[in-house]
Write a protein that binds this ligand. Structure first.
Ligand code: ATP
Ligand code: MG
Length: 556
């Protein structure tokens, strides 16, 4: 953790500076932003950054944020994605003012195109995609305009009308803006505004067979909604000139575009195209696989919305490309869960302990649910003369600094008693089958009068009261920090051991009523959450994150 992130206050980011200046100069009465996802996949942590930024700004400075589905490409978009996106934004804790669709503006955008044609600023071009590409020139050589650029307004109006009416096949004609074939900005060299695509659209059905290009839909949609600050990622910097050109020529509301660096994170990929491949080729079990960088995956893994918001806010935004360590996100998850998680005891790899001098009936012990939360309440834990501890909490021949259980050594059982190992029972193969201990009756937690100090505290469960559960432990999905920048296919770098399942662990009975909305800390094991695959016949827990950043150390 850098000192910068530790301090509660963070300095204001460059967009906040711009907005504060705009408000000071009375440029806007209120701030209006939008979050404009293309419904062609599930949202990931990069989108979360954009959501927190857009909604955060209007929350801070007054105004509102629209959720606008950028659904101008009919081929890749699906209603399933629309629903998941709405779900994720809500889960993150934000409310949009209006739910809008770029496709609702198709009529308006068509009119805008007519306006440009009428002004002599757009023309229908019959060239093929290859011809258009060659005529465009190179960054060091100006492009050449073809004969179609000389078409009259009347001819263009008629051809564009015919394009809309379905007279032409895909790719036969396009509508282009007439700007400047010698512009140093390649995007300004008569960019495409409309293309023909005979495809069914998830909202407009078969009404349209021409669709606006991103550059002709986005800025105009912003303008229609009176967006004051249109925030996007750095790759759109060269598009800003065209964004402004369209608004100026159409004489519509002047929205402004601002750019920030994409959120990239280590040990994952963030492009929806790549995430879709992971899903389709079954490298993961779905978009919400707990190893995915998607919001739904993180939610299923047990990351909290508060932790994600805190991460986005504290890491902030930048004008330069960078890659953030996923360990930082885990830090915020851990910090939040420490405050919220209910403490429970679960033994993963059991070793039986018999308490030979515990002759009383089973008893109920009391333990706090969360020592970090004064209002967290308590739970009861049954204690009996047969317990499970972790196999690796016992050593027959311990080293000097081993403070856990060993022959003749004492430890405290969490929220219970101090015990001492008296003897070991082995099976025929020589493996330790069980160990026999005595307990110190005066050492009960909360009323300990034994005067004995021990260094080790172990978690445990009572054998006859234990319930069973399945545990899923997750590791990084990729073996390298930035799989997309490695040689070859990014999928060559998938970590084959990113999921480890333990079919049956032993849990204290308080977990019987585990709820998926609750976070748990399995003492000494990490933070866990109930997985949606759980049924009444079997509980499955996902490890959200370990208690410490053991991974960073191990990899060094
Ligand atoms: P992808 O490359 O993953 O498909 P995209 O940019 O095509 O991403 P959109 O659905 O168009 O995805 O994005 C919606 C909004 O989220 C846009 O404003 C976009 O700039 C922003 N966004 C997408 N990815 C990131 C990211 N990695 N970091 C920050 N913002 C992002
Ligand atoms: Mg996009």
């Amino acid at each position: 953790m850098s000192a910068e992130l530790k301090s509660e206050e963070r300095s204001i980011n460059f967009l906040e500076e711009i907005i504060e200046q705009d408000l000071k100069e009375g440029r806007y009465k209120q701030i209006v932003t939008r979050f404009p996802p293309e419904p062609n996949g599930y949202l990931h942590i990069g989108h979360a950054t954009s959501i927190c930024l857009n909604f955060g700004l209007t929350k801070k400075y007054g105004g509102y944020t629209n959720l606008r589905f950028d659904d101008t490409n009919p081929v890749t978009e699906e209603t399933e994605y629309v629903e998941s996106i709405k779900d994720d934004v809500k889960w993150l804790g934000f409310e949009w003012k209006n739910e809008l669709y770029a496709s609702d503006y198709f009529d308006k955008l068509y009119e805008f195109a007519i306006t440009l044609i009428n002004k002599g600023l757009a023309y229908v071009d019959d060239s093929t995609a290859e011809e258009i590409a060659t005529q465009k020139g190179t960054p060091t050589e100006p492009g050449k305009r073809n004969k179609y650029a000389d078409r009259s307004v009347e001819e263009n109006l008629q051809l564009f009308e015919e394009m809309k009416a379905g007279k032409y096949k895909d790719g036969e004609k396009v509508l282009r803006a007439k700007i400047d074939m010698a512009s140093p900005n390649m995007i300004m060299r008569d960019p495409l505004l409309y293309r023909i695509k005979h495809a069914h659209h998830h909202r407009t059905g078969d009404k349209w067979c021409i669709y606006p290009m991103y550059d002709f839909a986005h800025g105009q949609s912003d303008s229609i909604e009176n967006i004051t600050h249109s925030i996007c990622t750095l790759e759109f910097v060269p598009h800003r000139e065209l964004y402004d050109w369209c608004i100026e020529k159409l004489e519509i509301y002047p929205s402004h575009q601002y750019e920030f660096a994409r959120r990239n994170m280590t040990y994952t990929v963030m492009s929806k195209r790549k995430l879709l491949q992971l899903v389709n080729e079954k490298h993961v079990i779905g978009w919400d696989d707990p190893r995915m960088p998607t919001i739904s995956g993180m939610r299923r893994r047990g990351y909290t919305a508060a932790a994600l918001r805190e991460f986005c806010d504290r890491v902030g935004i930048s004008k330069r490309e960078n890659i953030v360590d996923v360990g930082l996100l885990e830090f915020f998850v851990r910090e939040d869960l420490n405050k919220k998680a209910l403490r429970r005891m679960v033994v993963f790899d059991p070793l039986k302990v018999v308490i030979t001098n515990y002759l009383a009936d089973d008893e109920m012990l009391t333990s706090e649910n969360n020592p970090e939360d004064p209002n967290g309440g308590t739970r009861e834990i049954p204690f009996s003369n047969e317990l499970y501890i972790e196999r690796d909490d016992f050593m027959e021949h311990p080293s000097k600094k081993y403070f856990r259980l060993a022959p003749g050594q004492m430890v405290r059982l969490k929220s219970a008693y101090i015990i001492k190992c008296e003897s070991i029972l082995k099976d025929e193969a020589g493996n330790i089958a069980e160990i026999h201990c005595t307990y110190i009756p005066e050492s009960k937690s909360g009323s300990d009068t034994s005067g004995i100090n021990v260094k080790g505290t172990l978690h445990w469960v009572s054998v006859k009261h234990a319930i069973s559960a399945e545990i899923r432990l997750y590791d990084r999905l990729f073996k390298v920090e930035d799989p997309s920048s490695e040689e070859g296919d990014f999928k060559d770098y998938i970590n084959p051991d990113s999921l480890q399942t333990i079919k049956s662990v032993f849990a204290e009975p308080a977990l019987k009523n585990a709820h998926s909305a609750d976070a748990y800390q399995f003492i000494r094991k990490g933070y866990f959450v109930l997985d949606k695959d759980s049924s009444t016949s079997g509980m499955i827990f996902n490890r959200t994150v370990g208690l410490k950043d053991s991974w960073a150390k191990a990899s060094k």
